[in-house]
Write a protein that binds this ligand. Structure first.
Ligand SMILES: O=C(O)c1cc(=O)[nH]c(=O)n1[C@@H]1O[C@H](COP(=O)(O)O)[C@@H](O)[C@H]1O
Length: 229
């Protein structure tokens, strides 16, 4: 089975990201390119990772009018990436536009939708006008995502058990906010360990700083991969 581990390459330059992945191989992990690295190094860097044989999750969290998101999804698909994402709160018309934009591709990337960012707690969510616990909003946005034919959602592992019970097995649960025991929580609010996330049925975990800022990243990767077996 290929790795469930997605490493967030949140580095300021392509050079630093390439140095980091130098000892790795595509069997060890999937690589996520997010806003920081993409803004710094652009599509060419993404193509380099794809050409090196990595599955790449291009995490640009599109959230715009339907026409703009559709075009952005096509530009992302043209890079040959494995997975892309949009914000589910962009609404039903935007989700349809994103899904339809990929329908002409022979091998489209997986399209998933972000529900409630794992850095949000109830107080922060209420400040945006959404009352109640984050899990209620996650549940609503996951249902919207599934009803519009996307492949899955980004949520926290704390909501995985609830979503697993409500959605088909094929509906992917991708969970950032993963913190191995003893690692810094940082700005993440809804967190879980890799072992616990696997136990509640997530498909992929996303881990950034606990690996990229570790003194010995390789041994952290190995121990996370072992705990996911
Ligand atoms: O879409 C994402 O990947 C994402 C969604 C979310 O709700 N929370 C979240 O942390 N992420 C991303 O997952 C990564 C988590 O990184 P660390 O907190 O360093 O492990 C970052 O690259 C975030 O941009």
């Amino acid at each position: 089975m290929s790795s469930m581990l997605i490493i967030a390459l949140d580095f300021p330059t392509a050079k630093q990201a390439l140095e980091f992945i130098e000892p790795l191989s595509p069997n060890d992990c999937i690589l996520k390119v997010g806003l920081q690295l993409y803004v710094a190094s652009g599509p060419e860097f993404v193509k380099t990772l794809v050409a090196a044989g990595y599955k790449v999750f291009l995490d640009l969290k599109f959230h715009d009018i339907p026409n703009t998101v559709a075009g952005a999804c096509q530009s992302a698909a043209d890079l040959g990436v494995w997975m892309i994402n949009v914000h589910a709160s962009g609404g039903p018309v935007m989700l349809d536009a994103a899904a339809n934009a990929l329908s002409t591709y022979d091998k489209p990337p997986l399209l998933i939708a972000v529900t409630v960012l794992t850095s949000m707690n109830q107080i922060q969510l209420e400040a945006t006008g959404v009352s109640g616990e984050p899990e209620h909003q996650v549940k609503r946005l996951a249902a919207l995502t599934a009803n519009h034919g996307l492949s899955g959602v980004v949520c926290s592992a704390q909501e995985a058990e609830m979503l697993r019970a409500e959605h088909k097995d094929e509906f992917l649960l991708i969970t950032p906010g993963i913190r191995p025991t003893g690692s810094d929580q940082g700005d993440q609010q809804r967190i879980m360990t890799p072992e616990a996330a696997k136990a509640v049925g997530v498909n992929y975990i996303v881990v950034g700083r606990p690996i990229t800022q570790a003194k010995q990243p390789l041994s952290v990767i190995q121990s996370i991969n072992l705990s996911l077996k």
